[in-house]
Design a binder for this molecule. Sequence first.
Ligand SMILES: NC(=O)C1=CN([C@@H]2O[C@H](COP(=O)(O)OP(=O)(O)OC[C@H]3O[C@@H](n4cnc5c(N)ncnc54)[C@H](O)[C@@H]3O)[C@@H](O)[C@H]2O)C=CC1
Ligand SMILES: O=C([O-])CC(=O)C(=O)O
Length: 340
Amino acid sequence: MRSLLRVTQNVLRASERAYTNAANPDRKVAILGAAGGIGQPLSLLMKMNPYVSDLALYDIQGTPGVAADISHINSKAKTKGYAGAEQLGEALKGADVVIIPAGVPRKPGMTRDDLFKTNAGIVKDLITAVAQHAPTAILNIISNPVNSTVPIAAEVLKAAGVYDPRRLFGVTTLDVVRARTFYAEKKGLPVADVEVPVVGGHAGVTILPFFSQATPFQDLAQEELVALTKRTQDGGTEVVQAKAGKGSATLSMAYAGALFADACLRGLNGESDVEEYTFVESNIVPELTFFSSKVKLGPNGIEKVMGLGELTEFEEAGLKDAIPELKASIAKGVEFAHSN
Ligand SMILES: NC(=O)C1=CN([C@@H]2O[C@H](COP(=O)(O)OP(=O)(O)OC[C@H]3O[C@@H](n4cnc5c(N)ncnc54)[C@H](O)[C@@H]3O)[C@@H](O)[C@H]2O)C=CC1
Ligand SMILES: O=C([O-])CC(=O)C(=O)O
């Protein structure tokens, strides 16, 4: 036990040195909704990220405290809090990556689409400011319903004449994180070695884990496959129910959001072989204008949207079920952006 403690302490000290001294290009990251359940732990994780030199924490309330607290951590990123719409422009100015977890979370019994009424307007307003103050930033949209908020963002950026589809991302990393965890647990595999593609969208049946392409590959009995697929699709609801009215996934989402933003930063910095699953403008599925699949990230955002590989009958059926819901959610977002 004592030696385990020593090893842990050494690892922590080594990573603290790396985070404090890392010499990387200057990169500003802005988090909009930084005082929330996701925003706070995500801000902490981005403060620890060696690629971040400036961290702007924006919210309608609470950010002076969150920023003061986080700014005492001895890592490289200079941290500043911004509160209220009048400070949004300053928070965004010069941002390379803007992460948006602003908006209300689900309560038990709600679908993600039930959040549309409140969150569509929040995302529209924030993206309007992004178009003005950080038009070339990489955008990571976390606010739900992602299947609609990303199309809203695209339309707002188009109307402002600054839309670049290579730079707009819906964050679906948590679905991949869950699929990896659940599959590794079920098959007794070391989770760090496990990869599972998850494509489609970010709500219920639109979340499509492809366990036939998981590595290391393990045969799944039909009941196991159905159960793992369902657990991945309902992962968010599992947390909403466990939190019993106190919100949805925040800590695992902060982890997933930090992983995705880190990948965007590595792409921007010209690292090779940076690939993530994410909801983007896409023609992978001809009926849909947005779809989540693996993309290759580079200095300008998306370099390549990857195909889906070979699907089993079960996966084909899942995709067929997902298409109408995805199509409707995308159309709803586009409609909202044009009529509000
Ligand atoms: N993409 C994904 O995988 C996931 C998405 N989510 C979504 O993330 C969103 C945030 O969730 P939580 O952090 O748990 O909610 P929360 O209620 O704890 O925090 C939201 C924060 O947004 C702020 N906010 C509201 N309007 C704003 C505006 N106009 N500008 C800036 N900030 C604003 C609030 O003041 C609050 O601090 C929800 O829509 C939730 O459904 C949650 C988990 C996973
Ligand atoms: O389920 C929710 O409402 C939050 C979410 O998107 C997730 O945890 O995947």
